[in-house]
Design a binder for this molecule. Structure first.
Ligand code: SAM
Length: 250
């Protein structure tokens, strides 16, 4: 069996307990057990020095609570080092960041180590941004904290690490990785409640199965996400099939 180096994540959060379950089950748990993935959770509250372990304060000018800078600086500099040039990239999870997608996940999977900073309340004190190398949003909506976005990043990035997903090709053929939505899947039984598996999938003819899958992938994308077709790599055969469906090239 091939041996791979571990990719390491350091996650800074006020709620480390939220990650149990997501990281302790299934594929991510196996990736950790096999040494392919290392995840270290750092409780920002442990880096406070006052009696009440205060991590947030009222915003200057009014309008809710904001995460104080001191515990975050202390946590990052203690765990990752004082010298910014020697630290792994620190990513702030924020609805104001660039919107996460499969290309970003694939690119980040090349890094040996990443650090993630989860915000809470109205967010972080603006001065924390000098510590941060990248800002990522998981979509145009607002969650209560950066913990779920951090889980989303770790999961999507881990799928691109060799040895994490059983079928090494799968992450590169899934929806979005190819620029299209994936074709439908079927398994046993052959017939279920009057619905039969398409005959072509039983034919054993590899090339015909592949063409059917490609066409169904094109059909799905055209029907559900036609915007993706503008950037997808399409052959003349693909384009002819799409034109039959009513697609017209811009
Ligand atoms: N007041 C902030 C704003 O309007 O930009 C939103 C703060 S939100 C209630 C609290 C924290 O949740 C943020 O600091 C961030 O870490 C996280 N968060 C919320 N929505 C997110 C998203 N779509 N992507 C990434 N992180 C998000």
């Amino acid at each position: 069996m091939l041996e791979y180096a571990a990719m390491r994540f350091d996650i800074f959060t006020l709620f480390p307990g939220m990650f149990a379950g997501v990281f302790d089950d299934s594929i991510l748990q196996r990736a950790r057990a096999s040494g392919r993935l290392e995840i270290f959770l750092h409780d920002i509250r442990a880096f406070t020095h006052d009696k009440h372990h205060v991590t947030d304060e009222a915003a200057y000018g009014g309008g809710g609570m904001v995460m104080k800078p001191e515990p975050i600086f202390d946590a990052v500099e203690t765990i990752l080092g004082k010298n910014a040039a020697d630290r792994p990239p620190l990513i702030l999870l924020t609805p104001q960041g660039r919107v996460f997608n499969t290309n970003i996940a694939r690119t980040l999977a090349q890094q040996p180590q990443l650090a993630l900073l989860c915000g809470r309340y109205e967010g972080i004190d603006e001065r924390v941004r000098v510590l941060v190398n990248d800002e990522i949003s998981i979509g145009d909506y607002v969650l209560t904290g950066g913990e779920i976005p951090a889980m989303v990043l770790v999961d999507a990035i881990a799928r691109f690490l060799p040895g994490v997903v059983g079928d090494a090709d799968a992450p590169h053929q899934d929806s979005h990785a190819t620029g299209l939505l994936e074709h439908p899947h079927y398994t046993r039984p052959l017939e279920f409640r009057g619905m039969r598996v398409p005959e072509i999938l039983l034919s054993g003819h590899h090339a015909h199965v592949e063409r059917w899958r490609r066409n169904e992938s094109l059909r799905r994308t055209f029907e559900r996400r036609p915007d993706l077709l503008a950037h997808a790599q399409l052959s003349e055969t693909d384009k002819n099939f799409l034109r039959e469906l009513g697609w017209s090239e811009m």
